[in-house]
Design a protein around this ligand. Sequence first.
Ligand SMILES: Cc1cc2nc3c(=O)[nH]c(=O)nc-3n(C[C@H](O)[C@H](O)[C@H](O)COP(=O)(O)O)c2cc1C
Length: 168
Amino acid sequence: MTDLRSRFLEGMSRAATFVGVATTDGPSGRFGVTISSLTSVSADGDHPSLLACIHHRSPAAAAILGNRAFCANLLHQGQEGVANLFAGRDGKDQAARFDEAKWTAGTIGQPRIDGATAQFECKLATALLWETHYIIVGDVVGVDLSDDTAALLYGQRAYRKAVGLGDS
Ligand SMILES: Cc1cc2nc3c(=O)[nH]c(=O)nc-3n(C[C@H](O)[C@H](O)[C@H](O)COP(=O)(O)O)c2cc1C
């Protein structure tokens, strides 16, 4: 592993991230994609804001740009199957993914995945194409929280769960 790209990928694989599914619905269609790039930007602007980095070839990215809205669903630690479904690992197309996952439309019509530990409904604020990925920033217009707070994590190329340092 001598080249910079490989060392970058290996280095980033050591960062445990939470796992989300970015969903969108509207005139450009209903799409969803599993993401580990979900990040809080600010709680103190006109709206709270978050960002996600989504590959420019993902049909979900084009649909978010077209629909100008999306929902960032932070998956619960028991939702590895949902993560694989929306990562395309089961080979299911978009319609089949939304048939299999349970979801409801949020207040601005964006798909909220049942059981997600938090659901952030967003209006598109801005998007920047950087190399291969769109950096998509959303203005959060609504947050739904489940009673179960444990988020699904991904690190060192495997799904994980958070364990407190004091837990055995
Ligand atoms: C845990 C996990 C995290 C991922 N994070 C991202 C991400 O942040 N951005 C992204 O564009 N793709 C990410 N992917 C890849 C996409 O979910 C998906 O597999 C890829 O875009 C191909 O999807 P398709 O078959 O629906 O086109 C991730 C996949 C997994 C399993």
